[in-house]
Design a binder for this molecule. Structure first.
Ligand SMILES: CC(C)(COP(=O)(O)OP(=O)(O)OC[C@H]1O[C@@H](n2cnc3c(N)ncnc32)[C@H](O)[C@@H]1OP(=O)(O)O)[C@@H](O)C(=O)NCCC(=O)NCCS
Length: 167
């Protein structure tokens, strides 16, 4: 298993993998492949990491993109979407993408990262709910932050406009 940043030729396989992984998941509107595509088109894929298995090809993917907090752009990023091929889930690939993705994000000079998702999953990397770090429209326990440097900012978080992509 190799983890590496995406290459231009990976784009179709990433779209297909992300679509497969999110198909039928309860909180998905099916827009995740479009989000990744639009982030890439906007030059806002700060980090797009793929997991490649020699025999099977692409088996996992994670994206990071800039967020604003209280309307200000800084060095905070949003994690997601993250996707593992359904037949290969629960075998540690997601965890490897998380470890490597966060390490690379930190090395790029990020001050922190936010994620919207399952507290039990993301908590193991130190993501936690922080009062004042808010994302409107979702139950607060599902929106978490992780500071690499400095304090956790206060304010409403906004993802890149590509997260409104619909298809
Ligand atoms: C979420 C996802 C990326 C995790 O990747 P993965 O390779 O399956 O995860 P890992 O094998 O690294 O999981 C590590 C742990 O997380 C937990 N976990 C993983 N998937 C889980 C799930 N669907 N439900 C609950 N717990 C889960 C398990 O506790 C697992 O530990 P275990 O090995 O002791 O069972 C993957 O399941 C996926 O693509 N899901 C569909 C898309 C999605 O929902 N993405 C997240 C929202 S952005």
């Amino acid at each position: 298993m190799q983890l590496r940043p995406e290459q231009p030729t990976d784009a179709p396989a990433i779209a297909s993998l992300v679509a497969q992984a999110f198909a039928g998941t309860p909180h998905s509107a099916g827009t995740e492949p479009a989000i990744v595509r639009e982030l890439r088109a906007a030059g806002a894929l700060t980090l797009s990491l793929v997991a490649v298995d020699g025999a099977e090809g692409l088996v996992g993917h994670v994206a990071f993109s800039p967020v604003t907090i209280a309307g200000r752009a800084g060095r905070w990023y949003g994690l997601g979407p993250i996707a593992v091929r359904p037949s290969r889930q629960r075998a540690g690939i997601g965890a490897r993408l998380m470890d490597e993705g966060l390490a690379r994000l930190r090395a790029l000079g990020a001050e922190g990262c936010v994620v919207l998702g399952e507290p039990a999953y993301y908590g193991r990397w130190g993501f936690a709910v922080h009062e004042g770090l808010a994302y409107p429209g979702v139950p607060p326990e599902y929106f978490m932050g992780l500071a690499f440097a400095g304090p956790v900012p206060r304010g409403e978080v906004a993802y890149h406009a590509a997260f409104s992509a619909t298809g």
